[in-house]
Design a protein around this ligand. Structure first.
Ligand code: S3P
Length: 427
């Protein structure tokens, strides 16, 4: 795909959109149903490259999937039904695939090798290797490629150093295969899709937060899942509406799990007009329609327990902060350095190119908003989908067109992003 040129927003855009199914929930629907007993159907799954990586790995482990449009049919083989893969399991760009599947592989009586693309191969895996070793698995490597010889596991009590839903989920999945219960103590609350789905599959998960205890089941029930739209994808349209004069965007059917919508709360604090319409529960997850209107924004301070609640939204929040009046300070966000790219460095570099005054901190950013962005520049994505989409929204708010070097990478989480941008901006 050639570089993408984004023109400043047409005024008065008034758009209704739906976004792809939630990536985190889609991964879990695929992986957990693969080790459940019986068939399950996942409706409205997000079929970006990352979720396809989870499906690909599970196919190599002997699970049969039918994938059509937004529907996935999974033929689960039970907790002991996976078979060893002769080839290395390719996790692509997907940290969620690598970390969650490692928890499952730690409980299997065979050896597996996990590999990934250049970005994923740089990302830290010691955070999962260490607890899996404590549980009794042999794990070679602290980055990909990772070799896991699984087998009989013991339950542990463990407090990870980092607040990470991927690390938590890896341990809770390995816990299914242990001979005694496992308790995980979360340093800060992170998304709880794993706990919700395991409970729906009949696993006893005790929540005495921040302590989460999994009691090993004899099997998991297969469950059909209706996946809500991904708040992390809706986030681009919320901010697009806020920064485009006269604009309003209605995004239907979006997951509003409290652990995921930190951005919505922060934007409202910044002065954003965002309405939560028609709240309901779908498949054990809270869902609503979201309506955002162009708003004058002011700066905010964000850190601590808020960070895990908007961990994937820091790039798009930074774009909102750049067009806000006043200073926005983001702290406690060191994890951003080990995402698909170093998002603190990448955001600082991109906003600087757009004429924004930004200070990069070891664990955060200080952004001096000045209401308008220059544009006329090419921005780098470093192959990171969330940067590509954030820069597209920055382009809407800029005075001159912005070019995005790698447009293709949006397919990781949101393959139809450019088509939806065309609907927003008619370009
Ligand atoms: C995810 C957890 C988060 C998030 C990622 C998806 C998940 O990662 O950034 O996009 O589905 O569990 P960390 O656990 O590394 O914070």
């Amino acid at each position: 795909m050639p570089p993408m040129r984004i023109l400043p927003a047409k005024s008065d855009a008034d758009v209704r959109l739906g976004v792809p199914g939630d990536k985190s929930i889609s991964h879990r629907a695929v992986l957990f149903n693969a080790i459940a007993q019986g068939g399950a159907t996942v409706h409205d799954a997000g079929l970006g490259q990352d979720v396809l990586s989870s499906i690909r790995c599970m196919r190599h482990l002997g699970i049969h999937f039918e994938v059509a449009d937004r529907l996935i049919r999974i033929h689960g083989q039970g907790m002991r039904g996976l078979t060893a893969s002769a080839a290395a399991l390719d996790c692509g760009n997907s940290g969620t695939t690598a970390r969650l599947i490692s928890g499952i592989l730690a409980g299997q009586p065979f050896r597996s090798v996990l590999e990934g693309d250049q970005s994923l191969s740089r990302r830290p895996m010691r955070r999962i290797a260490e607890p899996l070793r404590l549980m009794g698995a042999q794990v070679l490597g602290d980055t990909l490629p990772l070799t896991i010889q699984g087998g009989s596991l013991r339950g542990i009590e463990y407090q990870p150093d980092v607040a990470s839903a991927q690390v938590k989920s890896c341990i809770l999945l390995a816990a299914l295969f242990a001979t005694s219960p496992t308790t995980l103590i979360e340093p800060l609350a992170t998304r709880d899709h794993t706990e919700r789905l395991l409970q729906a599959q009949g696993v006893q998960v005790d929540l005495d937060l921040p302590r989460i205890t999994v009691h090993p089941p004899s099997e998991l029930h297969a469950v059909d899942i209706q996946v809500p739209g991904d708040f992390s994808s809706a986030a681009y349209w919320l901010v697009a509406a806020l920064v485009s004069p006269g604009a309003s965007v209605h995004v239907s059917n979006v997951g509003i799990n409290p652990a995921r919508i930190g951005l919505l709360e922060v934007l409202r604090e910044m002065g954003a007009q965002i309405e939560i319409l028609n709240p309901r529960t779908v498949g054990g997850e809270p869902v609503a329609d979201l309506l955002a209107r162009h708003s004058e924004l002011r700066g905010a301070s964000i850190g601590g327990a808020m960070i895990p609640r908007l961990v994937d939204e820091v790039p798009i929040l930074s774009v909102a902060a750049a067009v806000a009046n006043g200073t926005t300070t983001i702290t406690d966000a060191a994890e951003l350095r080990v995402k698909e790219s170093d998002r603190l460095a990448a955001v600082a570099a991109g906003l600087t190119r757009l004429g924004v005054q930004v200070q990069e901190l070891p664990e955060g950013l200080i952004i001096h908003g000045d209401a308008s962005l220059d544009g006329g520049e090419t921005l780098e994505t470093y192959g990171d989908h969330r940067l590509a989409m954030s820069w597209a929204v920055a382009g809407l708010a800029a005075k001159k067109p912005v070019t995005i070097d790698d447009a293709e990478c949006v397919s990781i989480s949101y393959p139809s992003f450019w088509a939806d941008l065309e609907r927003f901006n008619g370009q």
